[in-house]
Ligand binder design. Structure first.
Ligand code: FAD
Ligand code: SF4
Length: 255
């Protein structure tokens, strides 16, 4: 490498871990994060307990953040973005802008870890009435309620008697640009199903799935305990529509 510096763009879990590993191997690292806070989606979207270990997002991400903030080989540029890059590895030149100020940085390698955005089921598929029915929520909405230890029906503030997860909404749909399975939502919905059963023990929880992408940790520590210990009901089938009947939602589907 002509310049031993590694620039990591994005300080979510992936960028933080990449930065720490590169720095541990002796590289000088610059982390560029567009937000003011480090930690990526688990922090900015207020996630509750994170796997592995069901630890609070602040605690789990805090360890990763400290390892980067305290590392002698790592420099941080928050509220900043890479606005230009030229050359080719290992002789790269980048412009990093922070508001009106900017600096030129030479690097041997760049790691892009800019992450993801949450899928909007109401806007992107118009299925299942996300904008129509207050009690249709996303995993991200559920995270915020679980974090507040207040898992209720948004329509009336009452605890739900039954909760249904619908898997794979918008997944493998080329029309909306989602060609692939995300690989995380089977695990996250099963994790949330466990948390709902812990917080609202009287609620019955159903997961309507097409495929379950569970392996290793997710299978052994989440999927099987969800069924065997927490009595979560996994139903293979496709939910075709959600209807409002009285003040309750009815989930209709094909088994
Ligand atoms: C509801 C939900 C719950 C989840 N719970 C868990 C869990 O319990 N355990 C688990 O392991 N995983 C969980 N996940 C998955 C986990 O959140 C992701 O795998 C993880 O956040 C991906 O990390 P990342 O760094 O790739 O992306 P992100 O977390 O999206 O971070 C990307 C970072 O890059 C920054 N960025 C973006 N663009 C730029 C740019 N141009 N310049 C500079 N910076 C930029 C962003 O501001 C952000 O800080 C969950 C996901 C969801 C949706
Ligand atoms: S199979 Fe599981 S991980 Fe893949 S998109 Fe469907 S719900 Fe998400």
């Amino acid at each position: 490498m002509a310049d031993g510096r590694v620039v990591v763009i994005g300080a979510g879990p992936a960028g933080l871990e990449a930065a720490r590993l590169a720095a541990d191997l002796g590289a000088r690292v610059t982390v560029v994060e567009k937000k003011q806070a480090l930690g990526g989606m688990p922090i900015s979207a207020n996630y509750a307990a994170l796997t592995h270990g069901f630890r609070s997002a602040e605690e789990a991400m805090g360890e990763m953040i400290s390892a980067v903030v305290d590392h002698p080989n790592i420099e941080l540029r928050t509220s900043s973005q890479v606005t230009a890059m030229s050359g080719s590895a290992p002789e790269l030149s980048l412009t990093i802008a922070n508001g009106d100020a900017s600096e030129e940085v030479s690097a041997g390698a760049v790691i892009v870890a800019t992450g993801f955005r949450h899928f909007d089921p109401g806007r992107e598929t118009q299925q299942y009435g996300y904008y129509e029915f207050p009690d249709v929520i996303t995993l991200a909405d559920a995270e915020a309620m679980l974090k507040a230890d207040n898992f209720v029906r948004p329509s009336n503030g009452e605890v739900p008697e039954r909760v249904a997860f619908i898997q794979c909404v918008g997944s493998r749909d080329r029309q909306i640009g989602n060609e692939f399975c995300s690989k995380v939502c089977c695990g996250i919905s099963s994790k949330q199903a466990i948390e709902i059963r812990q917080q609202v023990p009287d609620a019955r929880v159903f997961i309507f799935y097409i495929d379950m992408r569970m392996y290793g940790y997710w299978e052994n520590d989440i999927y099987w305990p969800a069924q065997e210990q927490y009595k979560v009901n996994y139903v293979k089938g496709i939910v075709t529509e959600i209807l409002l009947k009285g003040d309750k939602l009815v989930v209709r589907g094909e088994d």
